[in-house]
Design a binder for this molecule. Structure first.
Ligand SMILES: [Zn+2]
Length: 302
């Protein structure tokens, strides 16, 4: 088999090379302190379950550090309930404490109900945001709340190299070029209520994560979300994979290009207003009312 660098490796060496890559990413970006309490966001899918296994191994070498897992149950019948079983089972095998929070509990609405509402409203007004856009905003909030609930110092996300390269290019295609500066391995503490996020798989290509999971016989949910966008991201994934096949290293180059210009981009956003507290829920917000509250209000939930 062939690792990303092009070397031919046996199964054992391949597995070790991925673990080394994750260790190197963690060290390079100073992601953890030896006594951190780390919450891994585990959806039950390939990337998050693999990250949990790798971090459990690394953490075993740091006796003062603790690892736990958090899962957000969005309320997607036939999908999240299945994924949840994989999350629970992997945490049990690794002896990792697992906490589940749900959209219903936090926002009084499940994603299935939210999508039904959107579909009804859409019949009256065309346009509007996709289910993924709502889910993304609410998930980010739910993960931060879950990380705080388990008293985590860091929240580890399983975004891989493919996700990061896609997001960078998607931001450009959406005309939101300054947002590419926010695609980074460590999202710092911008507000006392915000748990810093780290992405230890950010330099590992999706194919390698999948192969690692296969070699380690890790079990995960492989069915895609029924609401997964068929829009630009999946086209971007296909395009990047085609280019990568012909020109190995392209995804990595996209990531590195942003690293080179990030400080210039950040400096160009002058007078950025610090995060404040939402006047409804008290959570960190860029404006007077946070995005989740705005969305829930528009949907008539709150
Ligand atoms: Zn709010």
């Amino acid at each position: 088999m062939r690792a990303y660098s092009g070397e031919k490796l046996c199964a054992k060496c391949f597995t070790e090379s991925i673990e080394d890559k994750v260790r190197a990413t963690i060290a390079k970006h100073d992601m953890f302190k030896p006594d951190d309490r780390i919450a891994v966001a585990v959806s039950g899918g390939k990337d998050s379950v693999t990250l949990l296994h790798i971090l459990a191994k690394i953490e075993s070498g740091f006796p003062k550090a603790t690892l736990c897992a958090v899962t957000v149950d969005e309320g997607i019948r036939g999908y999240r309930d299945e994924a949840l079983k994989f999350a629970v089972e992997n945490c049990r095998k690794l002896g990792v404490k697992h906490t589940v929070v749900s959209f219903k509990e936090l926002f009084d609405i499940q994603l299935d109900e939210l999508v039904n509402k959107l579909r009804k409203d859409r019949k009256r007004n065309s346009g509007g945001l996709s289910p993924c856009a709502y889910c993304g905003v609410l998930r980010r909030r739910a993960l931060n709340l879950a990380a705080r609930r388990v008293k985590a110092d860091k929240l580890a996300l399983a975004h891989n190299l493919d996700d990061e390269a896609q997001t960078i290019l998607l931001n450009i295609m959406h005309g939101d070029a300054l947002r590419v500066a926010r695609v980074k391995p460590v999202l710092e503490k911008k507000h006392p209520l915000f748990v810093p996020r780290v992405k230890p798989l950010g330099e590992v290509p999706e194919k390698e994560v999948a192969f690692f999971a296969y070699l380690q016989e890790i079990e995960f949910q492989s069915v895609p979300c029924p609401y997964a966008s068929t829009a630009l991201r999946s086209d971007m994934r296909v395009m990047l994979n085609r280019i990568e096949e012909k020109h190995a290293g392209t995804k990595f180059t996209v990531l590195k290009s942003i690293e080179k210009i990030r400080s210039a981009l950040e400096a160009s956003v002058k007078g950025t207003v610090p995060l404040q507290e939402c006047k409804f829920c008290g959570e960190p917000a860029a404006n007077e009312i946070c995005m989740p509250c705005q969305m829930l209000h528009e949907l008539g939930v709150r």
